[in-house]
Design a protein around this ligand. Structure first.
Ligand code: GLN
Length: 480
């Protein structure tokens, strides 16, 4: 019993209790996490207490279902580290809105998950809490930055985890670990209480084993929040009830430029095969051009670093964060420097330095403004493309998971991994990863479905159609 729908069924018919579900979840973590390293903080006592008080007549759509959260989501009374030494002891006095929505529906928080520090990375190797490993092969990274979230669902710790996606951090680890991962339209979900990385790009998103489970979680987590002025007032459709609508006559865009990107042959073959599968279901393939995607990685790294340098300025050891024990400091500036140098890891420092540079007078026009202009052009290009098609099918990343350590020292190689995911955040569009099959080495591969603003419905329908052909959720990593 691994999915939300199976658990809800079993709870309803009293085949299992919430306590047993929580105990199963804790046992799975206990058995495998010393090897995988996906969990930073366990919420054991509180979770068992919640489960004990669980009432089978309670109506919530996630009533009694165990969930795990990336450590970017503030949880009242439960440590929230953002994967950083800077927040190693931070216990928030409030809970993020999206988490509140899930617990209001009865979900039980089992713990907080490993991630790249402040969500900066593609491999989970930038965590201050050690590496997290891919459950399909522990020599490989789980992806990042929501590596722990993808690994936890793949390892059947819980049927649902939350990640955040600023440039691909839900979709890429979902692809690497073989789970479904959703990044909703910018503004669908509240960012209140989610540690900020790059506010104009950040969105929360669920990870689950099936498209239906992911659609249900997306539905629950979406909606206007007075605490986040960028959330949309648009009504939230009942996605979970319409995933199985057929894709007949839906127009699926295939970007010709993406064919020329350096692509792993098995990923490319899967992409071509899935195109045929959709065609066989009555969808129409449309050639599109996304020429400006070539600039996405450059635009993304300028925008995200600029926003990060501003967002992370609050972590100075006075307002928030780690405070040094050093006593002989001569000035307030030295004190700030000491706090920040001691607690921020190398990647975070690199981004802050880059972002401070791109925002500084003399360089602002050349970098930040230029990136903002190209960003607008990219959005216009997508607007044009969506006059020709309903959704876009593409790879998620150029390859399946890579080995731990393989790209760690090579930032450019690590950054170019974000080729297919960053255009989506830059343009605020909804997108998801649907896992489809294992490659010859036994590593999962998925594909990305991108839809128009606020058109998650069609995204889920295409995802579900592909899922029904490959049924990847039936695959379980060896030994789990
Ligand atoms: N890999 C990207 C980065 O390093 C994406 C991060 C994210 O989406 N949080 O910034």
């Amino acid at each position: 019993m691994h999915t939300i729908s199976e658990m809800r069924e079993a709870l309803k018919s009293k085949k299992i209790s919430a306590t047993e579900l929580v105990q199963n979840s804790l046992a799975q973590i206990d058995k495998h996490d010393s090897k995988l390293g996906a969990v930073i903080t366990l919420n054991k006592d509180e979770a068992l207490k919640k489960a004990k008080n669980w009432d089978s007549s309670r109506p919530g759509r996630l009533s009694g279902v165990p969930i795990l959260l990336k450590d970017m989501f503030c949880t009242q009374g439960l440590k929230t580290t953002a994967g950083s030494k800077m927040l190693a002891d931070y216990v928030p006095p409030f809970t993020s809105s999206v988490v509140e929505k899930l617990t209001t529906e009865g979900a039980i928080i089992i713990g907080k998950l490993n991630q790249d520090e402040f969500a900066m990375g593609s491999s989970n190797e930038n965590s201050a809490f050690g590496v997290c490993r891919n459950p399909w092969n522990t020599d490989y990274v789980p992806g990042g930055s929501s590596g722990g979230s993808a690994a936890a669902v793949a390892a059947r710790y819980a049927p649902l985890s939350l990640g955040t996606d600023t440039g691909g951090s839900v979709r890429q680890p979902a692809h690497f670990c073989g789970v479904v991962g959703v990044k909703p339209t910018y503004g669908r979900m509240s960012r209140y209480g989610v540690v900020a990385f790059a506010s104009s790009l950040d969105q929360a998103g669920p990870m689950a084993l099936t498209v239906d489970d992911a659609a249900l979680a997306t539905e629950i987590m979406s909606g206007y929040d007075s605490q986040d002025s960028t959330t949309s007032l648009k009504p939230v459709p009942k996605w979970s009830e319409e995933t199985s609508k057929d894709v007949k006559s839906m127009k699926v865009g295939i970007a010709k430029e993406y064919m020329d990107y350096e692509l792993d042959p098995e990923v490319k073959a899967l992409w071509l095969e899935a195109q045929k599968e959709l065609e066989a279901s009555g969808a129409e393939l449309v050639d599109i051009s996304l020429a400006l995607s070539e600039y996405a990685v450059s635009v993304y790294y300028i925008v995200c670093a600029s926003e990060a340098s501003s967002n992370l300025s609050r972590f100075d050891g006075v307002r928030f964060g780690h405070r040094t024990n050093k006593k002989d400091l001569e000035s307030l500036e030295q004190f700030y420097c000491q706090n920040r140098s001691e607690a921020f890891g190398a990647e975070v420092q690199r981004r802050i330095a880059l972002g401070t540079f791109t925002l500084s007078s003399g360089f602002y026009d050349a970098y930040y403004i230029k990136a903002a202009q190209v960003r607008r052009l990219m959005k216009e290009e997508f607007n044009k493309v969506f006059k020709q098609c309903d959704v876009i099918l593409s790879p998620v990343a150029s390859s399946p998971a890579f080995k731990i350590g393989e790209r760690f020292k090579d930032s450019i190689k690590m950054f170019t991994n974000d080729h297919f995911t960053t255009p989506v955040n830059i343009s605020g569009l909804p997108a998801m990863t649907v896992p489809l099959k294992l490659n010859t080495e036994g590593l999962p591969m998925g594909l990305q479905i991108v839809a128009q603003d606020f058109n998650e419905s069609q995204m889920f329908q295409v995802g579900r159609n592909l899922e029904s052909k490959y049924e990847f959720y039936k695959e379980v990593p060896h030994g789990l």
